[in-house]
Ligand binder design. Structure first.
Ligand SMILES: Cc1cc2nc3c(=O)[nH]c(=O)nc-3n(C[C@H](O)[C@H](O)[C@H](O)COP(=O)(O)OP(=O)(O)OC[C@H]3O[C@@H](n4cnc5c(N)ncnc54)[C@H](O)[C@@H]3O)c2cc1C
Length: 321
């Protein structure tokens, strides 16, 4: 869906292909699991290859076996967002920037959503009630608040809290490769690790190479308003690169000392914590929590961007009547 949309709207993108690589004997069975899982989910174009074959495609790569995903690609995410914004506005959408949804209520008349200017919350003291500046009575409310989706659902009076999962947060740092020529032409992914998809190679449309993200479990934050205002710490600690070198050198042995520079970080809204098996997206409507007109999107971490059009289509087909 995304390739089709990008082609129609002339959004810069490239179908580079991805190699998921096993670098140790114990890992090759995990590649088989990924292949099996992909087939079960209708992804039928993955190709298992011997290390030699993959290393021929990518001379800087070292691996024992690899799984090629030819359909994987990269997209200019900012152009994608601008295009979606333009489409929404053309269809009559009004976007209220700098506005925070602070609470929800489920009443006899339906849903009630309390909102206020985000600036009002800047100096809000912890624990004191927030007065709404505008109360909305939506027919359909999609809680797609990302990192705040779970805390927001917790502030929905009348929503059975058994349906609201625990939120975990994992920061991931990226380091960029200082050399200008990319050593790889495909995206290179190691096997998924606890809490993440592994420190992999990503290339952007300008050919810049980044490695990441790692996994750093962070405090979910006791202050809900800080979470709504996204006051998470996005600092990339340069010393974290010492953990990147050995991990990357497992599949890119020629990585030179001193070639990694701090890039940026992102925070994933996770539904499973350290040591727990990974969880899937949760798309929760009336059939699950019993409240007409409310859809909660929990744990929409990567590949949430890739899946965005499919998630939207699913919600429309299931909950928009
Ligand atoms: C570093 C990083 C790399 C990633 N790489 C990929 C990738 O390669 N491929 C991929 O498919 N996905 C990737 N993702 C995941 C992707 O970015 C997310 O899945 C996607 O952005 C989720 O979209 P969303 O709309 O659900 O949430 P978000 O994009 O988080 O948007 C939530 C919005 O809600 C707003 N909000 C929060 N609280 C409130 C409130 N109380 N009231 C009003 N508004 C509120 C926020 O300000 C924000 O604008 C990556 C994520 C990170 C962090």
């Amino acid at each position: 869906m995304l390739y089709k949309y990008c082609a129609e709207r002339e959004i810069p993108h490239k179908q580079l292909g991805k190699l998921i690589v096993a670098t140790g004997v114990a890992e090759t069975a995990k590649l088989d699991m990924i292949l099996k899982n992909a087939k079960q989910n209708g992804v039928d174009d993955l190709q298992m290859m011997e290390g030699s074959q993959a290393m021929e495609m990518e001379p800087e790569l070292q691996c024992l076996k690899a799984l090629l995903s030819p359909r994987t690609g990269i997209v200019d995410s900012h152009s994608l967002m601008l295009s979606l914004l333009a489409d929404a506005e053309n269809l009559g959408t009004t976007i209220s920037y700098n506005t925070t949804v602070t609470n929800g209520y489920v009443g006899a008349e339906g849903l009630e959503v309390h909102t206020c200017e985000s600036q009002e919350l800047e100096n809000h003291s912890l624990g004191s009630p927030v007065s709404p500046q505008l109360i909305l009575l939506p027919k359909l409310l999609i809680n797609s608040a990302g990192l705040s989706a779970v805390p927001l659902a917790k502030r929905f009076h009348g929503l059975n809290q058994v349906c609201v999962p625990h939120a975990y947060y994992a920061r991931g740092c990226y380091f960029t490769l200082s050399q200008t020529r990319s050593p790889f032409s495909h995206l290179i992914y190691p096997l998924p690790e606890d809490g993440g998809i592994g420190v992999h190679v990503t290339l952007d449309l300008n050919g810049l190479v980044r490695f990441g993200p790692d996994v750093e479990w962070i405090d979910s934050g006791k202050d809900v308003m800080s979470c709504f205002l996204n006051r998470f710490d996005y600092m990339v600690n340069p010393t974290r690169c010492s953990k990147f070198y050995p991990v990357i050198r497992k599949y890119f042995p020629n990585l030179k000392d001193g070639s990694l520079e701090p890039g940026y970080s992102g925070i994933r809204p996770k539904l499973s914590g350290p040591g727990q098996p990974p969880s899937d997206f949760v798309i929760q409507g009336e059939d699950i929590h019993g409240i007409p007109g409310l859809v909660n999107l929990f744990g929409i971490e990567s590949p949430g961007l890739t899946s965005s059009l499919a998630i939207a289509e699913y919600i429309v087909s299931r909950y928009l009547r």
